[in-house]
Structure formats: C-alpha cells, structure tokens
Design a protein around this ligand. Structure first.
Ligand SMILES: [Zn+2]
Length: 344
C-alpha cells in the first residue's frame, strides 16, 4: 500500500462521518508520531476508542481536539482501550478523573496491568537481565535494556471485556472482537451499524505491529500463532473500513490482514532456512542478529535489539508449536542458555 503517512503537525481532528471523529494525539519523541483517538457520539456522551500517551502535550491535544469537534472531555462516557500499551491506555486514567468515564479493557490485558502495577522495579530488572542472559545478549546490551526508561503502568480498568461483548454505547452496536497477538488482550471493535472496524494496532496500513514473547524463552504461549489466527478472524469479518490507531484510515481490513499474515509466513520460511544453514543450535541473540530487520543489526540500538530478539523468539516459538524447530539443552549443564535448531 502506498504510504500516506504524514507527520503529526499535518494531522487535524476530523469528522469521518456516521457520528465518529478521529483526533490525533502526539506520542512525544516517538517516530510513530501520533495515536488516532476515535470519539463515537452518543446521546449519553461520547465514547473514546483509546486515549493516547500520558503526557501534558498529549492531554491538551486530546482535550482541545475533542473541543474542536464540539465535544467536551468532561462529558466522555467511557474509554475502550484496544490494548494496554502506553500510547493507547496512557491517558485513560486522566480522562476518567476529569469526566467520571468508565475504562474498559480485555480481561487478559487487565490482568497484565494488575501485575505491572504491583511489580517491584528491582525484581523486574533482575528478571529482564536473566531473560537477556539466557538469550545470549552481551553485558552492555543487558545493561542498556534493563535500565531503559519505562512508562508508568496504565490505570486499572473498571470493566473487563471478553470476545463478543457489546460495548455500552446507547444507540450504537459496537462489538468486542478479541484479537490476541500484539498483546494477549488486544481487541478490535466492530461498529456493526456502519461496517467499520477499529483495529487498534492489530491491522495497520503501512506497518506491522511488534509481536514478541516476554520472557523470550517462555513456552506457555504462542503470540505469533495467536496473531496469525487473529488476522484470519478479522479477515473473515469481510472487507470492512479500517479505523486504525496509527497512520491512516483505509478500506478493506480483510485484504490487509491477509497480506500481514503472508508477510509473517515468509519470515518463518527464511528463519527455517537460516537455521538449516547454520547446521548447529543457535541462541536467540545469534538468530536475531542474522535475521533481516529494517536496519542492520550493527546499527540497532540495544533497546531495539531487545525487541528484535523478542520478535525472533515469537517466530521460533510458532515454529516449535508447528513441530519445525526444537530447543536444545546441549552444552554445559550449568549454563542455562536457550538454543534452537531445526527439528529433524
Ligand atoms: Zn501497541
């Protein structure tokens, strides 16, 4: 798809018809630029889809952007959060404080938010360092990733959602479509009275969302497998108009969902070739450093290497679930590093 991405400075609150407005809210210091917040009109006050990054500039953009559409942030009835990430859920708590709105989120992300809010900073760092070491990261990379800035956990929701739940908006039909992958509780929202789908980060027109496993070596989940199934689930809803959380609005979610699925299948195929070529078990770090990324591995800052490793781990886990690769326990028994090889 031709890139229609424009910088935040060129974004404006827009009436996109059918009682729905899009309000761009900046993500300070992030190349993604902005989150598109959607406001759905109702006689009982607007309902927001996502709320934006927790930053004073973002708050002003949201408040003033809603005002420009004739809505008052103090009248917001509820905020449905597509997933717990800071550029989506960050401001939900402040909107609730200002307006008394409810916050709704899928139960799986709500559980994660609960864990994040309780976790001790030091324990989290130690856990992260262990994960990086077992993956084969170097000391400097471990240091950089474990000390990197992390945003505050988002506000706890008042309501939790499950697949198929209707959102509480008088006069509209807005249904929860659970699409795990990018996060375990990511949801899309199907505006059934208008053939539109709020896609969050699940289906974006020009980029694909980060799919990672944290910790890298866990075996009780398969985020990429979930993501591929969620893409198929959305494709089966038909060619709906997509209202994504970043970039631009586009037609035909089904076509784009299938293209993203094909992109990951290609990545799985090249990963199998990489492992076959190596001929010996490799650590997650070795594998990630040999995969193709937007920038060369040598130019990737440690933080992005950590995300690339999580992405590599998600692809390895999906191949393991399919019976194509295995993890090995070879080498020094005292060494707990994880390695992967082709399953013969
Ligand atoms: Zn996200």
């Amino acid at each position: 798809m031709k890139s229609l991405r424009r910088p935040y400075s060129e974004q404006r609150p827009t009436d996109i018809g059918g009682g729905v407005w899009s309000v761009p809210v900046p993500i300070p210091g992030n190349p993604l630029g902005y989150t598109l917040i959607y406001a759905i009109e109702s006689p009982a006050g607007p309902v927001l889809v996502d709320a934006g990054w927790n930053h004073p500039d973002a708050w002003l953009a949201l408040r003033d952007g809603l005002a420009a559409t004739g809505m008052d942030i103090r009248e917001v009835r509820g905020v449905v959060v597509t997933h717990f990430h800071a550029d989506h859920a960050g401001l939900a708590g402040q909107v609730r404080q200002e307006s008394g709105a409810w916050i709704a989120m899928h139960e799986a992300d709500a559980e994660l938010v609960g864990t994040m809010r309780e976790a001790e900073e030091d324990a989290q760092r130690t856990e992260r360092a262990g994960m990086l070491r077992r993956a084969g990261a170097g000391a400097a990379e471990i240091e950089a990733v474990t000390t990197a800035y992390r945003p505050e956990p988002p506000a706890a929701p008042d309501r939790t959602l499950r697949d198929g739940d209707m959102i509480d908006i008088p006069g509209r039909r807005l249904r929860t479509v659970w699409t795990p992958g990018h996060t375990p509780g990511h949801v899309c929202l199907h505006l059934e009275d208008a053939d539109r789908l709020f896609t969050g980060d699940h289906v974006l027109p020009g980029i694909t969302p980060h799919i990672g496993v944290y910790p890298y070596d866990r075996t009780d989940m398969d985020p990429l497998g979930d993501f591929l199934a969620s893409l198929e689930k959305v494709a089966e809803l038909g060619p709906l108009e997509a209202l994504p959380a970043h970039e631009w609005i586009f037609q035909d979610t089904a076509e784009r969902a299938r293209a993203i699925g094909a992109h990951h299948e290609e990545k799985l195929t090249s990963l199998m070739a990489l492992l076959a070529e190596a001929g010996e078990p490799l650590t997650i770090w070795e594998i990630a450093s040999r995969m193709t990324w937007k920038r060369s591995w040598d130019d990737l800052p440690s933080m992005l290497r950590g995300m690339a490793a999580a992405e590599a781990a998600a692809h390895l886990r999906a191949l393991e679930v399919r019976g194509r690769v295995r993890r090995t326990a070879e080498g020094d028994p005292k060494e707990d590093m994880v390695r992967f090889a082709v399953h013969s």
